[in-house]
Ligand binder design. Structure first.
Ligand SMILES: [Zn+2]
Length: 229
């Protein structure tokens, strides 16, 4: 059986892939021996196959590199996410401890206080300059803070009395519109106190135990506790 150049050209790819029958192969090889043109075509096809194989291998190299890069990237992302989570957990724990500390600062343990004695640990008391003298105070923070509010300029005095000594006050502070707050210190939970005002008609008087609960103070407290300060 004789093949024409056209048939040979069609069959060359199959021949290269070794997918021809014995009969076809024999006829094809017979034609190739006699026809340099088809031999050249076969050579070109072989070259092309070799080139595309090489290209395939070449391409697979960067793919392997890319896969490695992706893997490295994933590991890095994993570590970053873990670190962020750990940091978030630490911040949350710190916030929680700070809130607990703030609550403790805001609500200290209060010993039972007798009737008719205003407990400054429970809340600040608002009254007037005229009526503040009716109250007896208890503090367990060693402080008594008095704030005076009055329209316009004013100048007066705030006096702190120990109920054991009703003949003279134990501390006194001058107040005016620029310095409207005074803090009496060295108070004792064992004492009962009274407050009176002079020269402050119609003024609003707020008495508290002077505790200042703040987020930053409590945070500092917690951090100090954690690092064993
Ligand atoms: Zn030919």
């Amino acid at each position: 059986m004789k093949f024409t150049c056209g048939i040979v050209e069609d069959l060359l790819p199959l021949y290269l892939e070794d997918m021809c029958s014995e009969e076809t192969r024999a006829a094809l090889e017979e034609h190739l021996r006699e026809c340099p043109a088809c031999g050249e075509k076969l050579a070109r096809l072989k070259d092309g196959a070799a080139v595309s194989q090489a290209k395939k291998e070449e391409r697979s190299l960067p793919i392997a590199g890319y896969a490695k890069k992706v893997k490295r990237h994933r590991i890095r992302v994993g570590i970053t996410v873990t670190l962020i989570c750990a940091m978030a957990a630490c911040v949350l724990a710190l916030l929680g401890l700070t809130v607990i500390d703030m609550r403790r600062e805001a609500n200290p343990h209060v010993f039972e206080v007798e009737d008719g004695v205003y407990n400054l640990a429970s809340a600040a008391l608002e009254s007037t300059a005229e009526e503040i003298g009716q109250y007896t105070f208890y503090t367990n923070s060693t402080k008594i803070r008095v704030t005076v509010e009055r329209d316009g300029e004013f100048h007066g005095t705030v006096m702190l009395w120990d109920t054991r000594y009703s003949d003279s006050f134990i501390q006194m502070s001058e107040v005016d519109e620029k310095a409207d707050t005074c803090v009496f210190t060295a108070g004792s939970a064992a004492r009962r106190y009274k407050i009176t005002c002079d020269g402050l008609p119609g003024a609003k008087i707020t008495v508290s135990d002077g505790r200042e609960v703040s987020f930053w103070k409590s945070l500092a407290h917690v951090v100090k506790g954690l690092i064993g300060g």
